[in-house]
Ligand binder design. Structure first.
Ligand code: C2O
Ligand code: CU
Length: 485
C-alpha cells in the first residue's frame, strides 16, 4: 500500500493512501510497506486545514548551498495590519508586513533566504515562478521536498533566481497564504524587451475577516462542493478601496505594472480608467506586446502591463471579482500635479486578453512537435453527482493519489479537462509549460468542460506538485505529483 523510501524496488517517495480521520489526530496507516507514517497536522490555532502537510519518514532531496550573490532574511510572525484608516486586522505576516517585503534581485543571481518561523504553527515558503532547476529541495512543499519548518525553527532556501520576471513567494501550508503569508519576488531582466521608465507591483487579494475554513457551497442541481468563506472585500497592495494604494506617475512616462493575483478563490478582471494596457509578460515570461483594455487574472497568475501615462488626472486601477461575491478592489494611478479628487473610471474599450493572444518572445524549440507522453487529467468534484467534500484530479484527492511517473527528457503533454462548473487555476512547480504560444507556470481552466493543453519538457528531475491554486480546492484534494529521477 505504501512505499518505503528504503525499498530497493522503488526508491521514489510515494504519497500514502490512507483514511482521513478527524483533523488534528496523528495517525499511522499502511505500515505494511515498511514503516511510512503519514500524519495530519492541525495549525496551532486549531483552524488550519492540515491536508497540505504530509510528514513522516520521508527521504527529502538534499539541500545544496553555494555562494549566494544576495542574502535575505524573512521572519514569519503574527501581527496587525491596517487595511483602511479605521480598520486593522490581526493576521500572519512576513517581516511584519502584508504583502511581505518586495524581494528584488537581478537576472543570474543566486539568492539565499533564511526563513525564521516565529509562529506557533509549522510553515514553509514556495517560490512561485522560480524554476528551481536542480534545486527541488528548495521548492518549499512540506512533506515532499522538505519537512515543514517548526515553531522557532529556521530553514535556509537557496536557489538561482531564474527565470526573470514577476514572481512571488508564499506559504505552502494549509490556509496560511489566505492569512497573508505572501510577497512579491521580482527578478529584473538585464535587457527587457520593452521600454519603460519605472515598474510597480500591484497585488490583488481577497479581504477576509473571518478564519479561513472550507465552506460547503450549494450549487442546486449540481450538488454542493467545498469552497471559500464569504469575503469582506478586495485588497490591492493591502488596502481597501476607501484608502487605496497610490501609484504616482509623471505625464509622458511609461510605467510597467506588475499584476499578481495572490487571492485564494477569486479570479479578477483588471482594467484602468482611461488607459489601455500593453501586456508584455505572462507569469514573468516575455511575450510579444499585445494591447488590451481588460484582462482576467486567476489565482497565482501574473501579467505585466505597460501603460503610457498620457491622460493626466487620477484614474482608477480596478480589480473586479468575476464572481461578483464582493466589492471590487482598486488602486489609483495619480499623475503628479493633478488636482482631481476622486479617481475617475472611464472604460476605454472592449479588448479582452485571451491566452491565445500571447506569443512568447524567445523560441520554444524543445517543446515543439509530437509529445513523448500524453496525460489526460480530469478535474472534478469527488462524487460523480451530488454533494462532495473533495476536489479531485482523475478521481483522486490528495494525499490519496498515485503520483504520475514521467522520465527525464520527455516532452510531456497534459490535456486538462474541467468537468466542473468552477474555474481552476492549475500550477505546475519546477517547470514552465506552453499554453498556446506562451510559457506559463499557472493557467486557468474554464468551467463547464473547459480545456487546456499544457506542454513541458521534463528537464528538472524531482518531485513536483501540480495543483489548483484555489486554496479551498487545493486543501480539499486538487493536487497531483509528478515524479522523475
Ligand atoms: Cu503558488 Cu504550489 O503554489
Ligand atoms: Cu480549483
Amino acid at each position: 500500500m505504501t512505499n518505503s523510501p528504503n525499498s530497493p524496488s522503488d526508491s521514489t517517495r510515494r504519497v500514502t493512501r490512507r483514511t482521513v480521520v478527524g483533523a488534528g489526530l496523528a495517525l499511522a496507516t499502511g505500515l505494511s510497506g515498511g514503516g511510512y507514517v503519514a500524519r495530519r497536522y492541525l495549525g496551532a490555532d486549531g483552524s488550519d486545514n492540515p491536508r497540505s502537510i504530509l510528514d513522516g519518514e520521508q527521504s527529502y532531496p538534499e539541500p545544496e548551498y553555494g555562494n549566494p550573490d544576495r542574502k535575505h532574511h524573512l521572519t514569519v510572525t503574527r501581527g496587525e495590519i491596517e487595511v483602511a484608516p479605521s480598520e486593522t486586522i490581526e493576521t500572519w505576516l512576513y517581516d511584519g508586513q502584508y504583502p511581505g517585503p518586495e524581494l528584488r534581485v537581478r537576472e543570474g543571481e543566486r539568492v539565499r533566504i533564511t526563513v525564521h518561523n516565529e509562529l506557533s504553527a509549522e510553515t514553509t515558503i514556495h517560490w512561485h515562478g522560480m524554476r528551481q532547476f536542480g534545486s527541488n529541495a528548495m521548492d518549499g512543499v512540506p512533506g515532499i521536498t522538505q519537512p515543514a519548518i517548526g515553531p522557532d525553527e529556521e530553514f535556509v532556501y537557496e536557489f538561482d533566481a531564474a527565470p526573470t520576471g514577476t514572481h512571488w513567494y508564499h506559504s505552502h501550508v494549509g490556509f496560511q497564504l489566505e492569512r497573508g503569508l505572501l510577497g512579491p519576488l521580482i527578478v529584473e531582466e538585464d535587457e527587457p524587451h520593452v521600454e519603460y521608465d519605472r515598474d510597480h507591483m500591484v497585488i490583488l487579494d481577497e479581504y477576509l475577516t473571518s478564519e479561513p475554513a472550507v465552506r460547503s457551497v450549494d450549487r442546486g442541481m449540481m450538488g454542493s462542493f467545498p469552497g471559500s468563506p464569504e469575503y469582506d472585500g478586495t485588497l490591492v497592495n493591502g488596502k481597501l478601496p476607501s484608502d487605496p494604494h497610490v501609484v504616482s506617475v509623471e505625464a509622458g512616462e511609461r510605467i510597467r505594472l506588475r499584476f499578481l493575483n495572490a487571492g485564494s478563490a477569486t479570479t479578477y478582471r483588471v482594467s484602468i480608467g482611461g488607459h489601455a494596457m500593453q501586456i508584455t509578460h505572462a507569469d514573468g515570461q516575455a511575450v510579444e506586446p499585445v494591447t488590451v483594455d481588460t484582462f482576467d487574472i486567476g489565482m497565482g497568475e501574473r501579467f505585466d502591463a505597460v501603460i503610457e501615462a498620457n491622460r493626466s488626472g487620477r484614474w482608477e486601477i480596478r480589480a473586479h471579482p468575476l464572481d461578483d461575491r464582493m466589492p471590487a478592489g482598486r488602486a489609483v494611478l495619480r499623475y503628479n500635479g493633478s488636482t482631481a479628487d476622486d479617481p475617475r473610471y472611464e472604460s476605454v474599450g472592449m479588448r479582452q486578453l485571451e491566452y491565445g493572444d500571447l506569443t512568447a518572445v524567445s523560441p520554444l524549440d524543445r517543446i515543439d512537435g509530437t509529445p513523448d507522453r500524453r496525460i489526460d487529467l480530469n478535474l472534478s468534484t469527488g462524487g460523480m453527482m451530488g454533494d462532495s467534500d473533495e476536489w479531485t484530479i482523475n478521481g483522486q484527492a490528495y494525499p490519496n493519489v498515485d503520483p504520475i511517473r514521467i522520465k527525464e527528457g520527455e516532452h510531456v503533454r497534459l490535456h486538462v479537462v474541467n468537468h466542473s462548473p468552477m474555474r481552476h487555476p492549475m500550477h505546475l512547480h519546477g517547470h514552465h509549460f506552453v499554453v498556446d504560444g506562451a510559457l506559463q507556470d499557472t493557467v486557468t481552466v474554464p468551467g463547464h468542460m473547459g480545456q487546456q493543453t499544457l506542454d513541458f519538457v521534463a528537464d528538472n528531475p524531482g518531485d513536483w506538485f501540480f495543483h489548483c491554486h484555489n486554496s479551498y480546492h487545493m486543501e480539499t484534494g486538487m493536487i497531483q505529483l509528478f515524479e522523475y529521477k
